[in-house]
Ligand binder design. Sequence first.
Ligand code: C2E
Ligand code: CA
Ligand code: CA
Ligand code: CA
Length: 278
Amino acid sequence: VKRSGKNAFRFFDPKLNTHHRERIALENDLHQALERGELELFYQPQISLSQQRVIGLEALLRWNHPQLGLVPPSSFIPVAEEVGLIGDISRWVLDTACAQLARWRRSGHTDVKLSINLSPHDFDHRDVVRSIVGCLSQHGLPAGQVELEITESMMMNDSAGVATKVRQLREAGIGVAIDDFGTGYSALAYLQKFPVSTLKIDRSFIRELDVALTNPIISAITGIARGFNLQIIAEGVERQEQADALRALGCDVMQGYLFARPGTAHEAEAWLRQVPSH
Ligand code: C2E
Ligand code: CA
Ligand code: CA
Ligand code: CA
């Protein structure tokens, strides 16, 4: 770990590899990250090509670590889940994202949707639906302006509890998206049981559009979405060719570096005011 400087070698324990030592350091610091206000939400736009505007923003968590700099969620969310900090973090994410959306609403952005990622662990709590609904009403948000992103794995493990909670969220008018759709063990039967509103096509399928202009999995997913009357979002769109191919496959809403990398709330506000260039 860099911040121990040269002296770090003195404490080097050959039984602990670098990964382990970094992880232990992260774990210690993560406990204080919330209190010290080191967490920040970035936002990435979701663009409707036909409407030529930003119709949604996905909140993506960042940790401004005092020594390590910007730590990506992939390196600390698994740790947070393991050490039981994810509940506090998810609550902070939800509250911060809702407060931000309320601010954007006050400046006139009353139809942009905000997507928030949840951890499978959040659904272990009996009152998860109540606290989400409570958070929205506390910030005066209409339920239809918020969408929660969950993963396929949560539905495979069910646990009747998750299906019920998803249904309750949908009945409250809150959107529920299946993130990274198609990468899990897609037993399509679960789409009957979990009344979600959106499928997000995983980036791995979009990447394949580099070598061919069509992809049978993407065609199948758009067909499923149409059949179940679900919204569809293509993730990880990096190149114009991919956007064109997706459009030809019937996909209109896209998110990816082609349009914008995740940015601060301030940058996101500027995107809300402008027409995208692609
Ligand atoms: P995800 O939900 O699938 O989020 C999309 C990830 O893809 C983001 O990475 C985003 O920055 C990245 N991305 C977007 N467009 C492109 C593109 O065109 N090309 C490439 N190569 N990547 C692109 P990020 O922000 O590092 O987040 C990683 C994962 O961490 C997320 O994957 C999500 O599973 C998790 N995560 C992020 N924020 C939260 C949060 O607030 N709570 C929870 N529980 N998980 C979160
Ligand atoms: Ca997501
Ligand atoms: Ca995803
Ligand atoms: Ca993911």
